[in-house]
Design a protein around this ligand. Structure first.
Ligand code: ZN
Length: 430
């Protein structure tokens, strides 16, 4: 269904993160005006003729975004892996399964995952999908179809996650398919150069192809606890030396979290200088990394504090969900944010910034704020505080994309026998 222009919308009695109840007027996909509750409703005022939605009891936030997921494998379940549950066994299970994937089946899983993420508040999603000789362009075609069906409801970016080999004669077909994928609807050049014997040479190929096509890059720079992995540092140097003119995002960067402090700080400074955004994916890396350790199991996260101290944009991504790489996953940036609080030691406010403002920056999208003129990408969540909103995954939510209400979720709970202290908003108190 094609959507017409969104009507003007007045959100009333919204609780802003740092303020008293406010009214917010949305028009033409932007926040047109803000005022104290009731302040925009004067006769003939800016909100005349606007539809109204009462947000009493809701916290109004800039909408989160999902900067890193894999919709080609999402919702496939564990695929009966070999029980090791580490990265290599997950890759093997996926590679065994993907050769029988069909376009419709991939598209339908992508649509389901998209709707779940949208219901959580993510109005922009970036998915990596495999491109290579095994599956050709099937995954890109499935996702471009999903993107057309979702137009107007959310923004979907497609990263061509190219297979290896990539170098020399052996990599010719994969290189050619990567170029084809960019012509077939993929937006961004992706890949996992650390999985090759010569990561710097792969970086050169990917950067040359991205530069030629005029596209951003989003690379799985590494996903290993091996402190010797230096792909992130090599990427930063190449961006600085070549003056690569498009946005560069480095995902996972697990190795950086295991390296000596001086090296980490040096790399973080160069990553900042190169303007590279880093996406950490706590759910999947907490699950996959450190499987060979019985005690003091490392968390598998990148050096979040050092990167932030160097003023690198650090975003949080959900990555895998209900597939061999992660049997769980709630399709909810609030879950990613809560993991960044618990395992990454960010404050709730910083963690929410990682899954909203920073996520959009990593995706090359304009920043969102609750201010006049900002894009009307908003999430209203029934909660008193940001920490409550993160803690309560079931909280009622309303999601606005380009100034239009695109999803509303209400949870109903009753205590037929009554319950002392039940939440008055949702429980039935005696
Ligand atoms: Zn990934």
């Amino acid at each position: 269904m094609t959507l017409g222009p969104a009507p003007a919308l007045l959100l009333t009695n919204a609780r802003l993160p740092h303020g008293s109840p406010a009214d917010v007027l949305l028009r033409h996909g932007r926040i047109e005006a803000l005022g104290p509750a009731g302040g925009l409703e004067t006769a003939g005022g800016p909100a005349s003729g606007a539809e109204r939605i009462d947000l009493t009891g809701h916290l109004l936030l800039p909408a989160p975004a999902e900067p890193h997921c894999h919709f080609d494998k999402v919702l496939l379940g564990g695929l009966g892996g070999d029980g090791r549950a580490d990265l290599e066994s997950a890759v093997a299970a996926w590679y065994a399964a993907r050769s029988t994937a069909t376009r419709h089946e991939v598209r339908d899983r992508a649509l389901r995952a998209s709707s779940e993420l949208l219901a959580s508040g993510a109005t922009a999603i970036r998915t990596h999908v495999d491109v290579g000789v095994t599956t050709g362009l099937l995954m890109v075609e499935a996702l471009t179809e999903a993107r057309e069906l979702l137009a107007g409801r959310l923004e979907l970016q497609i990263v061509a996650f190219v297979d290896f080999p990539l170098r020399g004669r052996a990599g010719a077909d994969n290189r050619s398919l990567l170029a084809d994928a960019l012509g077939a609807g993929a937006d961004v050049v992706g890949g996992a150069p650390y999985r090759d014997d010569d990561p710097p040479a792969c970086l050169d190929i990917l950067m040359d192809m991205a530069a030629e096509a005029g596209r951003p890059m989003d690379l799985h720079t590494d996903e290993t606890l091996d402190p010797a992995s230096a792909t992130l540092a090599a990427l930063a140097e190449r961006v600085l030396v070549t003056g690569f003119p498009h946005r560069v995002t480095a995902s996972h960067c697990v190795s950086l979290g295991t390296q000596p402090r001086e090296l980490v700080e040096r790399t973080a400074a160069r990553v900042a200088e190169a303007g590279i955004s880093v996406v950490t994916c706590p759910g999947t890396n907490l699950y996959l990394q450190g499987r060979d350790r019985a005690l003091a199991v490392p968390r598998g996260l990148t050096a979040i504090a050092a990167l932030r101290a160097a003023r690198v944009t650090v975003a949080g991504g959900g990555d895998n969900a209900r597939d061999p790489f992660n049997p769980l996953g709630r399709f909810d940036p609030m879950e990613t944010a809560s993991l960044l609080v618990l395992a990454g030691h960010l404050s709730p406010r910083s963690a929410y910034g990682a899954v909203s403002d920073a996520a959009r920056t990593a995706m090359g999208l304009p920043r969102t704020r609750i201010a006049s003129g900002a894009p009307a990408e908003l999430l209203a969540v029934r909660a008193d505080t940001l920490a409550d909103a993160m803690a309560d995954g079931r909280a009622d939510r309303m999601v606005f994309h380009r100034g239009r209400l695109v999803c509303r979720t209400r949870h109903e709970r009753t205590f037929p026998a009554g319950i002392p202290g039940g939440h008055p908003a949702r429980g039935t108190a005696p």
